[in-house]
Design a protein around this ligand. Structure first.
Ligand code: TXA
Ligand code: MG
Length: 348
C-alpha cells in the first residue's frame, strides 16, 4: 500500500485563480503526479498518458483492475491523431460534429501510448473534452492525459469536487475544484476500428445522433454479453456491476409508490427517485429525489442524486420507471448496472 498523500485542493473562483491553478496542475502532471479535474461529463483522475509509471498510479489510487483501459484526453482532433495508428473517415466525421464533447472514439493505438493505458489491448479510447478547465489543462500541460472517472473502482462517478475528495482524498496529488459537472454521466464510447461501428457504452451523445453520421451502429445490450470466460471484456465499462450506490437499488415498473410503501411498512429507510410531478411524501423514513422529465436534465442530476441518497443513509432505493426511447438509453444503462445483483446473491 502506498503512503497517504496530501491532496492539494484549488478552488477555481476567478480568472487569476484559474491561471495559477492550471499552471500548478500542469506541473504536477509533468512531474508524474495525479490531477483530478472537471470535464463536461464527470470529474476525471488524470496522469500524463506518455508516462507509464504515472498512469500505473491511477490504477493503484482507484483500486482499478489492470485490464481496464483508460480514455486518453487531448485538446483537439489533430492531437487525437497523434495517439492512434489510424484515423478513418468515420472518426473524422464524428470528430467534426461532436468534438469537443462527450464522445470517446476507440481506435488502434499508436506505439507511443504505453500498454498500461490500454489495459494491454491493441486499441485506445480518445476524447476531446469540452469543459474549459479540461481544455486549459490539456493545452498547458502539452501532453495527452489518461483519465478514468475520479472514483474508487465500481463506485458512482463524481459530479462534484466533494464526491472526488470523499472517494479518493489522500490518494492523488491535486484537485481542480470547479463546481458540478454539467453533463452528469460519462461519455459515449464508440469503437470505430470495426465495421459497423460498435457502441461500447451509451452516453450523452445518443446512438441515433451517431447513426446519422456513420450509418447503423452495433449496440451491445446490457446483460447480453454471452462471452466465453477467457474472452477479454469488449469494454470493461460493460462489466455489469458498476456505478453502484451502497444501497440496494430497485427499478420499479411504474411510478414506484407501491414499492416505496412496501419498504416503509418494513421500517426500511428508502430513497425514492421519482419524477418532478410525483406527490411529496410525508414519511420521515422516505428520502425523495425528484428528477426532471427531460433525458439530458435527468442525466445531469442522476449521480448527484445517488450520492445524496447514499450520504443520507438510504438502505433501499426505488427508481420510478423511465421512458423506453433512445435518448434515455444511457440512463437506463447506468440504472441497470447500479441495480445489478449477481443471480446467486442473497436478497437479489
Ligand atoms: O466521460 C468520460 O468518459 C469520463 C471523463 C473523465 O472523461 N471518463 C470515464 O472513464 O468515464 P472510465 O475509465 O471511468 O470509463 C472508460 C470507459 C470504460 O468503460 C472503458 O472500458 C472504455 O471507456 N474504454 C476505454 N478505452 C477503451 C478501449 N481501448 N477499448 C474499449 N473500451 C475502452
Ligand atoms: Mg468510471
Amino acid at each position: 500500500m502506498h503512503g497517504r498523500l496530501r491532496t492539494e485542493v484549488w478552488q477555481l473562483a476567478d480568472a487569476a485563480a484559474i491561471d495559477e491553478a492550471i499552471r500548478r496542475a500542469a506541473q504536477v502532471l509533468c512531474d508524474g503526479g495525479l490531477v483530478a479535474f472537471p470535464t463536461e461529463t464527470v470529474y476525471g483522475l488524470g496522469a500524463n498518458a506518455l508516462d507509464a509509471a504515472a498512469v500505473a498510479r491511477i490504477f493503484v489510487a482507484k483500486g482499478r483492475p489492470a485490464g481496464h483501459p483508460l480514455i486518453v484526453h487531448v485538446p483537439g482532433e489533430s492531437e487525437a491523431q497523434e495517439v492512434v495508428a489510424d484515423w478513418p473517415p468515420a472518426a473524422h466525421a464524428l470528430a467534426q460534429l461532436f468534438w469537443p464533447g462527450p464522445l470517446t472514439l476507440v481506435l488502434p493505438r499508436h506505439g507511443r501510448i504505453a500498454s498500461v493505458v490500454t489495459g494491454g489491448g491493441p486499441t485506445v479510447g480518445v476524447r476531446v473534452p469540452a469543459h474549459p478547465i479540461a481544455q486549459a489543462l490539456l493545452r498547458q500541460s502539452k501532453r495527452p492525459i489518461a483519465a478514468p472517472s475520479a472514483n474508487l473502482s465500481t463506485q458512482i462517478s463524481p459530479t462534484r469536487p466533494e464526491h472526488v475528495l470523499a472517494g479518493l482524498g489522500g490518494r492523488f496529488d491535486l484537485l481542480l475544484a470547479a463546481g458540478p459537472t454539467p453533463g452528469g454521466i460519462e461519455s459515449t464510447v464508440l469503437d470505430v476500428s470495426v465495421r459497423p461501428c460498435r457502441l461500447l457504452r451509451p452516453g450523452l451523445i445518443s446512438a441515433t445522433a451517431i447513426e446519422a453520421v456513420v450509418g447503423p451502429v452495433e449496440r451491445v445490450a446490457h446483460g447480453a454479453m454471452s462471452r466465453a470466460a477467457h474472452d477479454p471484456l469488449p469494454s470493461p465499462g460493460l462489466a455489469e456491476r458498476h456505478y453502484a450506490p451502497r444501497a440496494i437499488l430497485e427499478l420499479a415498473s411504474d411510478d414506484g409508490v407501491a414499492r416505496v410503501e412496501h419498504w416503509l411498512r418494513q421500517g426500511v429507510r428508502v430513497g425514492w427517485m421519482c419524477r418532478e410531478e410525483a406527490p411529496l411524501t410525508s414519511s420521515p423514513l422516505c428520502i425523495q429525489c425528484r428528477l426532471p422529465d427531460n433525458a439530458a436534465a435527468y442525466a445531469a442530476r442522476l449521480y448527484d442524486c445517488l450520492h445524496d441518497l447514499d450520504a443520507a443513509g438510504a438502505e433501499h432505493i426505488v427508481v420510478a420507471a423511465i421512458p423506453a426511447d433512445d435518448e434515455w438509453m444511457a440512463i437506463r444503462d447506468r440504472l441497470g448496472r447500479a441495480a445489478f445483483r449477481p443471480a446467486s446473491a442473497p436478497g437479489s
